[in-house]
Design a protein around this ligand. Structure first.
Ligand code: AMP
Ligand code: MG
Length: 413
């Protein structure tokens, strides 16, 4: 008797999968390694930034009363009494009628109230002429004008971008507490599947999936734990899955063996070793999907066809990995485009059609990357994105407006 599995929408399958994931425990790491990671604590400033009032310009620190009557005809004449570079402080207050030569970033000497930039001043030996009155605090950056001591500067849950890494450094934090990266076990299945390093023999094909999937795990900041290839025997599969557990996997990804073929043993092993659900997702490519838990570790059984496994990874494994990292923006952004080529459809599944993109006259055009078969690796190699043809459309005409999920959207954030 032919088994049938419930057919779920992509959203429903994703919802059921994501229920089993949560952010992993935090670890403290050097900030230079924390790009793209999610902060697991609030970060509060212990001191003001900038710590002291300082000059925003190269020029002369002055008292404003000395310039009150200054004009081009009757300039103020001040004596330059000191020279101050950034990185040093003057302790003595500046006296009436004097100025301090000062470089951008240097702390304002006590008593100074403004900075006259070089370009507005005439120098005569150790004297300067100033031709206009200066307002209080002109060209001075105040202590704490950026960040005030006690302020919560970065909130728990924020994704660390370069600017947040710099902020942590400015605040005096050499390390950050972030959610740890998930260890994701990767297993290919199939008697026909051999590793890239093995000599080819008739009947065999090279394992593309475990490499694509490992690279995707790395791309989304997980740690791949490569388990190699299991032939379609219950013993081999069981051994590999136990190895994944022994290696401390947070998620196990298999490919192949989840459809209706004679040797689709993954299903049997999963059902025997843990609690497994088998679904069909209303999508093309990538209909068969297994999801469940083995000894508390989630396992996602991706389809064997390389395009199907890649797209299923993007739709289901990626958000699981992001959730474990503490991220909350889980869905890949899609852009508006015009699908140039018509699509003939035969069923009511959502099609993820591989497209390359072209910008013309301020409009994005999507073109099919040739043969769309679920085993056609080149259709992914040539793709910039996946055009999403909704399930309720039976076909689309030429030049149809469509959403395109961009494959290589910048992943930090
Ligand atoms: P299955 O779901 O195991 O029936 O596999 C579906 C198709 O994908 C078959 O043609 C397999 O040979 C192929 N396939 C399975 N695993 C891989 C893999 N790791 N790399 C490339 N192709 C694969
Ligand atoms: Mg197989």
């Amino acid at each position: 008797m032919k088994e049938t599995y419930p057919m779920l929408s992509v959203e429903e399958a994703r919802r059921r999968i994501l229920e089993h994931f949560h952010p992993l425990e935090p670890e403290r790491i050097p900030i230079i390694e924390a790009l793209g990671r999610v902060l697991a604590e609030d970060v509060t400033a212990e001191m003001d930034i900038p710590p002291l009032p300082n000059t925003a310009m190269d020029g002369y620190a002055i008292r404003i009363a000395d310039t009150a009557d200054a004009s081009p005809e009757r300039p103020a004449r001040l004596k330059v009494v000191a020279d101050l570079a950034a990185g040093y402080v003057l302790e003595d207050p500046i006296q009436p009628g004097t100025a301090v030569r000062i470089m951008t970033g240097a702390p304002i000497p006590p008593g100074a109230e403004a900075v006259a930039p070089f370009e507005n001043v005439e120098t005569h030996g150790d004297e300067i002429l100033i031709f206009k009155p200066y307002a209080l605090w002109k060209n001075i950056r105040h202590a704490g004008e950026d960040v005030k001591a006690g302020q919560v500067v970065l909130r728990k849950g924020v994704v660390l971008r370069p600017q947040e890494i710099g902020m942590l450094a400015a605040l005096g934090h050499p390390t950050a507490l972030v959610h740890r990266r998930p260890r994701v076990a990767v297993l290919s299945t199939g008697d026909e599947v051999i590793d890239v390093t093995a000599p080819w023999q008739p009947g065999k094909i090279r394992d593309a999936n475990s490499y694509t999937v490992s690279a995707l795990i790395l791309k989304y900041d997980g740690i791949p734990v490569r388990l190699g290839i299991a032939p379609d025997t219950i013993e081999a599969l069981t051994a590999k899955i136990r190895e994944a557990l022994a290696q401390g996997a947070d998620l196990i990804l298999t490919s192949g063996g989840v459809s209706m073929g004679d040797f689709d043993e993954v299903k049997k092993v999963l059902a025997a070793e843990g609690e497994m659900h088998f679904w069909r997702a209303r999508m093309k490519p990538g209909k068969p999907l297994a999801f469940g838990e083995i000894q508390g570790v989630p396992l996602l059984g991706l389809p064997g066809n390389p395009v199907s496994s890649t797209i299923s990874f993007e739709l289901f494994a990626r958000p699981a990995i992001l959730t474990m990292l503490g991220k909350t923006k889980l869905i890949k952004p899609a852009i508006d485009a015009i699908l140039v080529d018509p699509i003939k459809r035969k069923d009511n599944r959502r099609h993820y059609v591989r497209v390359w993109l072209e910008e013309k006259d301020g409009q994005t055009y999507a073109h099919l990357t040739g043969d769309q078969g679920s085993g056609i690796l080149l259709s992914m190699v040539q793709a910039d994105g996946l055009a999403i043809v909704p399930e309720d459309l039976n076909s689309t005409p030429s030049n149809f407006p469509i959403k395109v999920m961009i494959l290589d959207w910048p992943e930090v954030a």
